[in-house]
Every structure is written in C-alpha cells, then in structure tokens.
Design a binder for this molecule. Structure first.
Ligand SMILES: [Zn+2]
Ligand SMILES: [Zn+2]
Length: 394
C-alpha cells in the first residue's frame, strides 16, 4: 500500500500566500519578551503574567471557542461582551474573525478547504502561518451573522486591538516595565502558542476515540495547559457540547468554571452530548462516513494498482474490460469486483486497512464498504484511461 497525499485544490503552496508585513506586530510581541533582560523578573510581574495566562486561556476556551464559535451555552449580552473583550486582549484578532474561521475549520476539517490543517499545509502553517495568509485576512461575517448583529461586537471587530492595548497599559500602571513585559507580553505569547497548538498538535498527536472523518485527537498534555481544550477528538465528535472532557478523568476546567457560573446564573442552557455519542453507539452522519472512507481509500494508490492490473490483463482483456465498462453501464467497481484479480485490493484488505487506521465505530461497515467502492472507482477510472490509450496506440 502506498499513501497518496491529496492535492490542495485551492492553493498548492499556501505558504506563498502569507502577507509578511501583517506578521510584524506578532513578531514584535515575541521580541518584546526579550526586554526582560533589562527589566528583570519580579514576583509581582510573574503573578500578573500567570494570572493573565489562565484568565485569558479561559476567555479563549469559554469565549472565542465554546460560546462564539459553537454556541455551547447561553449568557447575557453583558457577559457576552465581557467574554469577547477578555478574549480579544490576547491579540488573536476579533471575536467575529476567530469564530468565523473556526466554524469554517469544522465544516471542512482536514480537507483542502480547512483553514489550518496540518495534513495539507504542514505543522508550521497550521500552527500560525495561516493567520497571516491573504485568504484568511478578512472574516466572512455571513458565517457569524448571529453575533455580527450586535453593534458592540462589531465595534470590537473594528477596533480589534483596543482591548489588548488597554490591558497592556493596565499592566504597565500596575507594575511598571516588568508588569508590561512579564505580565502582558510573556503571558500573551504563552496564550498564543497554547491556543495554536490545538490547531496544529491536536490534529497530529494523541488518541482518536471517535471516528470524525478528520485527524482530531485527544491529547491529555494539551488539555493540561489549555483548560480542557486538548480533548479535541471528543470536541470534533460533538461540537456543540460545552463539556469537552467526556469522561470523569478528562480534566476540563473550562467546563467546571462554566458549571460554577451556571450556579450563579451568569450562564445557562449548557449543552451536553447525548449518551449514545459519548458511548460511541450513534451511527455517524453521511459526511463523516464519506470523509473517513476517503481517508482509507487514500491509502491505496489507484494509479499503481491500475498499471499492475493492466499489465497482468494484457491488451486484449483490457480492451474487453473497457467494452464491458461502457456496454454494461455497470459501475466499473462492480465489474472489477467480479474480476478477482490479486492486484486489485479485495474487501478484506480494505477492511483491515480501515480497522488499523480508524477508531471503533458503529458505522464501521458503512465506512469500509464506501472505501472499497471509492478504491474500485478510482482504479476503474484509471483502467479506462489505460484501455483508451492502448486502443489509440493500436
Ligand atoms: Zn480541530
Ligand atoms: Zn471547535
């Protein structure tokens, strides 16, 4: 079996699309951390930095992600603004931009249209390069129309850096240059990379409990410093759940804090995943089945298999096969299934591959059957081409 990488239909080299000037402030925030050489490191500033790290990781998980992107709970207009303001102190662009891009991520997760898939663009681009891409510069507000209707959120969208500037000034007033450098810049950089690691590492490393048709993974280590966002495969399996740690031992402080806020009446209608989803008993939707089948089929190199099959068949039998494809109006897959050629992968080989690649799922049979169909269709299409070429050459 040879793995074939899917071509990026939209842009074969997304890295060439990066607008470097827009990355300058981001680089400067990193460089500002080095100013600690001159300011020194004091306990007060470290305390501010640690406090701001956890407060803003919560604002990202509970705000940008679970509320604005997924509407996993409800809250008042005032607390909605507080969450948006706090989240934007991280300088990760406006809440409307963030949530619009994140909704697009789930819609096209790990396909070429995904905004940040390490499968197609590599770890560096999925971690941070995509943010500076021309394609992702502007938010498509139609994808976030439910929140773009609030003028105060549109104000934050227009002045997206205002919350961060105000927080930086507050840090300076509280503890001088140390407060600014350690308290604000160090924690901002740490929050950047903790957040970005969910887009990059949580689609590369960890366990897949559920078949989600993408590469999302549960990574306990990421969960530790993102307040529960590391249970990313759970999250992709049921996106609107406010809880991302589905098992009792899956540490999810963002959920614990939101549950505490529910007791005080600040948030309400927290959404939970149905028990069949948690216990992996629910049949998957057709989109997930198709994407998982495409993942399995991608492991079989149709080009190479078709060439091997054509050379075994010989010109005459290949021409007969071609005629059968046309005459019988059968799917090429059905014709190939009857051929019993050892070069063409059979059902058991494809099932074995699917079992090795994917998590257990009640939709396993559907995925394996669909993958088999896709592999045979791809081989049939190439054999047709080879037959046509052979006929042309004769
Ligand atoms: Zn994801
Ligand atoms: Zn999400």
């Amino acid at each position: 079996m040879t793995q074939i990488t899917s071509p990026d239909a939209e842009n074969s080299d997304p890295h060439s699309d990066i607008i470097y000037p827009s990355a300058i402030p981001f680089v400067l925030v990193h460089l500002a951390c080095l100013a600690a050489i001159w300011t020194g490191i004091g306990w007060e500033a470290v305390t501010i930095g640690v406090g701001l790290y956890w407060l803003r990781i919560f604002a990202i998980g509970a705000g940008y992600h679970r509320y604005f992107s997924h509407r996993a709970y409800e809250t008042s207009r005032v607390f909605q603004f507080v969450l948006a303001f706090l989240a934007q102190t991280t300088t990760q662009k406006s809440v409307l931009w963030w949530a619009a891009k994140h909704r697009q991520h789930h819609l096209f997760s790990d396909t070429p249209q995904d905004v940040h898939s390490p499968r197609h663009t590599g770890i560096f681009y999925s971690h941070l390069g995509w943010i500076f891409s021309r394609r992702h510069d502007h938010a498509d507000l139609t994808k976030i129309a439910d929140f773009a209707a609030f003028p105060e959120l549109m104000w934050l969208h227009r002045y997206e850096q205002a919350p961060a500037i105000l927080l930086a000034i507050a840090c300076f007033l509280a503890d001088g240059w140390q407060g600014l450098v350690i308290g604000f810049f160090w924690s901002t950089v740490a929050v950047y990379h903790a957040t970005f690691s969910i887009n990059s590492i949580a689609h590369l490393s960890g366990k897949q409990r559920y078949v989600t048709g993408d590469d999302s993974r549960n990574n306990w280590f990421l969960a530790l410093f993102t307040m529960g966002e590391g249970w990313h495969n759970n999250h992709h399996a049921f996106q609107s759940s406010v809880r991302q740690g589905f098992r009792w031992w899956e540490y999810d402080p963002t959920y614990y804090l939101l549950s505490a806020l529910r007791l005080t009446g600040v948030v309400w209608n927290l959404k939970s995943p149905p028990i069949e989803v948690v216990e992996n008993r629910r049949q998957l939707g057709s989109r997930v089945v198709r994407r998982a089948a495409e993942q399995v089929a991608g492991r079989f190199n149709a080009e190479r298999i078709a060439h091997a099959a054509a050379s075994v068949l010989g010109a005459e039998r290949l021409a007969q096969l071609h005629a059968r494809f046309i005459r019988a109006q059968e799917r090429a897959a059905d014709v190939l299934r009857d051929l019993n050629l050892p070069e063409i992968p059979g059902e058991s080989e494809i099932r074995g591959c699917a079992r090795a690649m994917l998590a257990a799922s009640p939709s396993f049979e559907d995925i394996a059957a669909k993958a088999h169909q896709l592999v045979l269709d791809a081989i049939g299409a190439r054999l047709t081409l080879l037959a046509a070429q052979a006929a042309g050459a004769a």
